[in-house]
Design a protein around this ligand. Structure first.
Ligand code: MG
Length: 166
């Protein structure tokens, strides 16, 4: 059985993961309408992954005999200022999610909830990847600067992202 404190925080995390999906889908819409279909594809897959993250918490709560309570999801921003802005906001958002996961892990330790600690380790690893990927793309966009042909190539490269296994 999940401690109520852990259950409540995991329900909050479902909301955060669903908001992440909403946020990235909003970015996908912006990129699609600004002639960056490759980056839009990347963001669409990112949104799908976030839905998967929410479902992992959904399942874990149920597996442990807890109760899922879905919450209202905030409206994401709808306007962005180019590709660099989009990926800088992605990186900042992922850093925030990392701190939420770390807080959840700390709570699981405090509650001596070993099953949740093991469950959360996947997310700890995932956040390392998320931050690394976003950071790399931010750096690449900065390298490109105003070079439009390179931006075109980067967009094509982002368009080659494949859906994750999990
Ligand atoms: Mg996530």
């Amino acid at each position: 059985m999940l401690a109520k404190s852990v259950q409540d925080k995991m329900n909050d995390q479902i909301k955060h993961e669903l908001y992440s999906a909403y946020f990235y889908l909003s970015m996908a819409a912006y990129l699609e309408s600004n002639s960056l279909p490759g980056a839009a594809h990347w963001m669409r897959l990112q949104a799908q992954e976030e839905l998967g993250h929410a479902m992992k918490f959904f399942d874990h709560i149920h597996d442990r005999g807890g109760k899922v309570t879905l919450q209202a999801i905030d409206q994401p921003p709808t306007e962005f200022n180019g590709l660099l802005d989009v990926f800088e906001k992605t990186l900042a958002h992922e850093k925030k999610v990392t701190s939420l996961i770390n807080d959840l892990y700390a709570l699981a330790v405090q509650e001596k909830d070993y099953a949740s600690q093991i469950f959360l380790q996947w997310f700890v690893d995932e956040q390392v990847e998320e931050e690394k990927n976003a950071e790399l793309i931010v750096q690449q966009i900065k390298m490109i600067g105003d070079h439009r042909a390179s931006l075109f190539m980067l967009d094509r490269h982002l368009g080659e992202r494949e859906a994750a296994e999990e």
